[in-house]
Design a protein around this ligand. Structure first.
Ligand SMILES: [Zn+2]
Length: 388
């Protein structure tokens, strides 16, 4: 790969013919069409938050350097921004007044055309430090993944989008990476992450590929047909909607793709699910509320999903003491199950450390995790009871 350093290009040169796409929140072209600001493998513009974009322009006004910018020289003689897209989009938005924002100058908010001429010139005459790289796509790709510089590092899915860029990624992003998609709010009840950071797309790919995102992207890379991806995602969302009424925070970011695969052939009654769900949410002994959906889907048997509250040490000691005093007085084992078992342990007095606490009435049958529902059993008996 060959790199050439350019220090002669100014902010004004880059801003010539700047085109900004308001719908997709991204800068498209600069340098009179010679510069592609957002190639498809780049992330969406995320500096437009009224802080980072303002900071870029204020840096220019103060004469601070903006840092290194990297372009790739394509075979057709055009440049693509490899790194610097966020900074370029910020200053070009400001200078060209596309979706304009104000910066503070001498205590007042100013748009570009309300700055005094010296300040305007200071910005547009700023010389940038730009490396132009030439090389094969794989060389540039490998290097791009390595540098991962300036500002927010690329996350996993952003890197995948660059590695597998092509018609499939382009089409998929229109659906899953677009915050203005009308379905986004409904999806976000169940899927966590930021659509602009490609995390909704990542989830959709994870679900349809059963965890093999790279394999799926490689297979579909050159095909702009995303029907299967969209259909599978919507099917899973509809499935969740069809079973659960509850849309609280515990529903967000579950491994719905896996749960769908495992349980979508089972019938569920929404009313019944809903009342079970409410009861578990209110149950103070259920310490892992996020386990509720899977617990219900699985037939309400895997109670380790709920991380039911256990007896504390003080309660265990108290019950142990009481139980042992009584057993010693009666000349039997302090494990009530050993005592009635008639075996070699029927008179054995266990140490506290040889015993575990057990719910007399099981939690699943309404038993509470309180002293009056606690008994100490030897470890062997406790284990065999727990397995029933
Ligand atoms: Zn026992």
């Amino acid at each position: 790969m060959k790199t050439t350093l350019h220090t002669e290009w100014t902010v004004g040169d880059i801003c010539k013919g700047f085109i900004y796409d308001k719908n997709e929140n991204k800068g498209l072209f600069g340098m009179n069409g010679k510069l592609i600001i957002q190639p498809e493998y780049q992330r969406n513009y995320i500096y437009g938050d009224g802080k980072k974009d303002v900071a870029v322009v204020e840096s220019l006004l103060k004469g601070y350097p903006l840092g290194l910018i990297y372009f790739v020289l394509n075979a057709d003689g055009k440049y693509e921004v490899l790194d610097g897209q966020q900074r370029i989009t910020s200053f070009a938005r400001f200078v060209n007044q596309s979706w304009p924002f104000a910066v503070e100058r001498n205590g007042k908010p100013r748009y570009f055309n309300s700055l005094d001429v010296n300040d305007e010139n200071r910005i547009i005459d700023t010389k940038l430090t730009i490396y132009v790289c030439e090389g094969t796509p794989s060389e540039i790709q490998a290097w791009f993944e390595t540098i991962n510089i300036a500002g927010v590092p690329l996350n996993k899915q952003e890197l995948r989008n660059s590695a597998y860029h092509g018609p499939f990624v382009t089409e998929a992003r229109k659906v899953f990476s677009n915050p203005d998609n009308a379905n986004m709010n409904r999806w976000k009840a169940y899927v966590s992450g930021d659509s602009k950071r490609q995390q909704i797309l990542e989830t959709a790919l994870d679900w349809v590929s059963n965890g093999d995102i790279e394999g799926y992207m490689a297979k579909h890379r050159d095909n702009g047909d995303i029907k299967e991806l969209v259909n599978h995602f919507e099917t899973v969302i509809d499935w969740i909607d069809g079973i659960f009424e509850y849309t609280g925070k515990e529903m967000c970011g579950q491994e719905w793709g896996k749960l769908y695969r495992q349980y979508h052939n089972n019938p569920y009654a929404k009313d019944d699910v809903s009342s079970k769900f409410d009861k578990l949410l209110d149950d103070p002994f259920v310490t892992n509320k996020r386990g509720i959906p899977e617990y219900i889907l699985g037939g309400s048997t895997e109670k380790q999903l709920l991380n039911i509250r256990v007896f504390d040490e003080a309660t265990k000691r108290k019950v142990y003491k009481k139980q042992t005093a009584k057993a010693e007085a009666e000349g039997v084992s302090n494990c009530p199950l050993c005592a009635v078992g008639g075996g070699s342990n029927s008179k054995r007095i266990y140490e506290l450390g040889e015993m575990d606490a057990d719910h007399v009435t099981a939690w699943s049958k309404g038993g509470t995790t309180t002293e009056d529902n606690c008994q100490m059993l030897c470890k062997t008996h406790n284990r065999s009871k727990g397995n029933k």
